[in-house]
Structure formats: C-alpha cells, structure tokens
Design a protein around this ligand. Structure first.
Ligand SMILES: Cc1cc2nc3c(=O)[nH]c(=O)nc-3n(C[C@H](O)[C@H](O)[C@H](O)COP(=O)(O)OP(=O)(O)OC[C@H]3O[C@@H](n4cnc5c(N)ncnc54)[C@H](O)[C@@H]3O)c2cc1C
Length: 446
C-alpha cells in the first residue's frame, strides 16, 4: 500500500459516522481534519435533531468500538451509563411476549446518544493525528477544473476558503449535499431508493427510581404487524430515563402528556407505562417524523470523482425503529478501513462496491424484510418473501419460549449474524419443536 503519512484526509461531519471514519483514517493518513458545522460540545445539536430520542447501540457496534477505543464502555459506565448483558439485562418484548432471558456474554452500555457521542468524540480528539474543526460549515467540495478530482472542501460563507485534502470523506448525514455538488460538476445525479414507512417518534426524559426497572437497563417493546406500536425506555446517566414511543404508517404518538401516557398504555406490554406512572417528567414530549428509509446508489454511478468517499446516513438512512444507524456506521467504517488497507490506489468504484456488498445490502435487505411484514408498507411481496416472513415470525414467537432461539434472534437484531441465521435448518427444527409443544388453542405460554 502506498504510504499516506504525508497525506491529509478531511471528514465532513462529526456524527458517529464521521468519528468512526476519523478513527480509521488516523491509522493511515498523516493528518485528519474533521469539519463539523455545529459546535460539537453543544448537547442537543441542530445538525442532529434525532439525538434526544432513545438511541440503542447494537452489539456489533459495541464490539467494534471496544476494539477501536479499548475501555470506552467502562469509561461510560464510570460517567453514569448503565452496562448489562443484552439477553439478561434488557427486557425485550417481541410479538407481544417477553423474550426468554439468558446469559449471552454480549455486553451493552446504555446511555443517551449525546453522552455516547461525547465519549466517542473525546477518544477521537485524543488521537494525535486528528483535529476537530467545530462551527465550520462545508459549503462545497473543491473540484479540479475538469471535475474529475475532489481536492478539498470549501469553508465559510459562500465557500470562500479552501481546506485542501488528499481524500474527503463525506459523513454529513442524510442531508448530505454531495448529490447536488456531483451533479453540478458533471457526474450526474445519484439514484435514490426510498421505502415509505412514516414512523413517528415521541420522547420524554423522566426521572425514574432505579427500582422502576427491576434491575434491567432497558425495556424494548418491539412493534410487530399485530401490534404496530412500540417503545424503548432506557436508563441513562444519573437517575434519568429516556422514554421513546413510536408508531408506524401515520399512527404517531401524541405529544400532550395524557396522549403520550395513553399511547404507552396501548403498547403490547404494560412495562413502559408502568415506568411512566412512577416517573417524574423532566422535559416536554418531543417529536420526530421519519417518512422513509433512504438509500443512495453511489455504486451505480457511471462517473464519480477521485478523492471522495462517503459513509453513514449520507449513503443509507434506515428506519430508526431497528436502532441500527450507529452500529451500521461503524460497520461502514470497517469497510473503509479494509478498502484503504487493500487497494494500491483506492478507487471510489471499488470502495462503493465493497460497501454495498459487505454492509449496505445485507442490512438494508434485513430492514426491508421487517418493514414488509407490516401490511401497509408499500412493496412487492413475492410468495418466497411471504414464506420467509412466516418463518421469521414463527421464530420470533418461539424465541419467547426458548432461550437458545432468543439468543439467535438477538444476535441477528444486534447485526452480529446475518438474518439467514434465522432460517438455518437446525434453528427451524428447534422452532418447530418448540411451537409444537404448545397447546394449539392457547398459543405460546408467557
Ligand atoms: C428518531 C430517530 C431514532 C434513532 N434511533 C437510533 C437508535 O436507537 N440507534 C441507532 O444506532 N441509530 C438510531 N437512529 C439513527 C442514527 O441517528 C443515525 O443513523 C446516525 O446519526 C447516523 O450518523 P451519521 O454520522 O451518518 O449522521 P449524523 O448523525 O446525522 O451526523 C452528521 C453530522 O454532519 C454534520 N454536518 C452536516 N452537514 C455538514 C456540513 N455541510 N458541514 C459540516 N458539518 C456538517 C451535522 O451537523 C452532524 O453532526 C435514529 C434516528 C432517528 C431519526
């Protein structure tokens, strides 16, 4: 691999994707500058309006960040976050029934998103080759005269100042303006795929007595086609908890206190409502509307400049109710790392192919499958797909009766195993045996 010790990489955006990208780039580039529009130290930043809502960090993300930033989980716990085992200490309700508890050996650390991002940012800023430039808007990309190379970013009002770079990585989130800039410089418009899900979120931060959780760190009531409302209630720093409720396809939770409470009561299990009943509200209820999952097909572009790569929500923004975005960004940064390590002269084409095949396709297809299990979500349902949905649905029900199947499901939800793990013949045999032990008339026991 060509040495890049003299080279400068610029990352646009200091969200999770930008921070993970900086961590990877710092192993290769002599200098890395992360440019962030907001003041990163502001808790609730304008650039990430979703950050006040409950943010899960899936097991795969936890594994990757512990590898990159050893001890970060312990550090967060020392600062007030809550650690647990994803199968023992998280209360999961799926298909209206609690998953069987067990010991998975897979750690989770629950905190607010702002707190987690603050810890990640501190670790990245401590890297000797990385500098974070806050309060600077990237107003454009600097292109060579023929548009074939990106050689920096344009900063300041009207993009008057240029920050030169040997590589620019756009991690500016779903609102990334790169599609427009590429088109303006003759590369055509990237194709966008959207899947309408119309998810509405409502969130309140409360003060909850520790015993309200009965020793658990988090309660996840997962929406299912039979009960399409869900919620997450997470113990975060101090004695606070973040309570997020959501509904799909326009069935959005209200933000007035009574409406919020009665939406919580309408979930498939009473657990979150019970916490709210003993909690003291600390904030108003805040809402967020997520109309559609969005995927930008950079890998299909006929023309793309050298010197530019992208990752995170800027490439693919997923239905948030699966809690995947940050772990997904970490997995994309792994693809960036592998790409930089293997290619003699890395091309954007090779990068996007790798990103698509190794990370985006598998995760996008997994969420697509789950979304299509909701009858109102538009999309083609072939007989094969309906069969897979049936098997996955049965597996989830069986996971409420069998600890081993619960673990299989949690590993898939945590992005540790591909969704095909649910269809494995041995797993399906166990599902069959588990469900056939149940009396047909009463369904699974709770
Ligand atoms: C309601 C909701 C709930 C969610 N829940 C979860 C969850 O439970 N778990 C999970 O993992 N994910 C969740 N997500 C998804 C998660 O928030 C995103 O996937 C994640 O933030 C993506 O990270 P990112 O770094 O790509 O983008 P962002 O977090 O959006 O960061 C982009 C950064 O770029 C900066 N920026 C933008 N433009 C410029 C510019 N021109 N110049 C300089 N800086 C710029 C922004 O200020 C921002 O800091 C949720 C999303 C929503 C909407």
């Amino acid at each position: 691999m060509k040495s890049r010790a003299e080279d400068h990489a610029v990352v646009v955006g200091a969200g999770p994707a930008g921070l993970f990208a900086a961590r990877v780039l710092a192993d290769v580039f002599g200098r890395v500058t992360v440019v962030e529009r907001d003041d990163p130290a502001d808790g609730d930043r304008r650039g990430v309006p979703q950050s006040g809502h409950a943010h899960d960090f899936l097991a795969r993300g936890h594994q990757i960040t512990e590898e990159w930033f050893p001890g970060i989980g312990e550090e967060m716990v020392a600062g007030g976050a809550h650690a647990g085992d994803i199968a023992r200490d998280v209360r999961w309700v799926i298909a209206g029934r609690p998953l069987v508890r067990s010991e998975s050996g897979l750690a989770t650390v629950i905190s607010s998103r702002v707190f987690r991002e603050g810890h990640l940012r501190a670790r990245v800023e401590a890297l000797p080759r990385v500098r974070l430039l806050g309060g600077q808007d990237v107003a454009g990309l600097s292109f060579s005269d023929d548009g074939s190379v990106v050689d920096g970013v344009l900063l300041g009002p009207g993009g008057a100042g240029k920050l030169p770079a040997d590589l620019v990585v756009d991690a500016s989130g779903r609102g990334s303006r790169t599609p427009v800039w590429l088109e303006e410089h003759g590369h055509g418009r990237v194709t966008e795929e959207k899947l309408k899900v119309d998810v509405g979120y409502a969130t309140q931060v409360v003060r909850a007595p520790g015993d309200a959780f009965a020793g658990d760190v988090c309660i996840n009531i997962v929406a299912s086609p039979d009960s399409p409302r869900g919620g997450a209630c997470q113990r975060v720093e101090g004695d606070r908890a973040v309570v997020t409720l959501y509904g799909v396809l326009g069935d959005h939770p209200p933000t007035d206190p009574e409406g919020f409470l009665s939406f919580a009561k309408s979930l498939a299990a009473p657990d979150i409502h019970e916490v709210l009943e003993v909690a003291e509200p600390l904030t108003e209820v805040r809402r967020y509307r997520f109309p559609a999952s969005l995927r930008r097909r950079y890998e299909q572009m006929d023309s793309f400049p050298r010197g530019l790569l992208m990752l995170g929500d800027a490439v693919c923004s997923l239905n948030p109710r699966y809690g995947q975005g940050m772990a997904f960004a970490a997995m994309q940064a792994l693809a960036l790392r592998d790409h930089l390590a293997e290619e003699e002269a890395p091309t954007a084409e090779a990068y996007f192919r790798r990103l698509t095949e190794q990370v985006v396709d598998p995760v996008w297809n997994m969420t697509l499958l789950s979304d299509l299990s909701f009858p109102g979500v538009p999309g083609e349902r072939t007989p094969e797909l309906l069969q897979v949905l049936e098997l996955v649905g049965r597996t989830q029900v069986a996971a409420t009766l069998d600890g081993s199947l619960a673990l299989t499901c949690l590993r898939v939800f945590g992005l540790l195993d591909p969704p095909t793990a649910l269809l494995d013949p041995a797993v399906q045999e166990r599902v069959h045996r588990t469900l056939s032990r149940q009396p047909a008339s009463t369904g699974p026991e709770q």
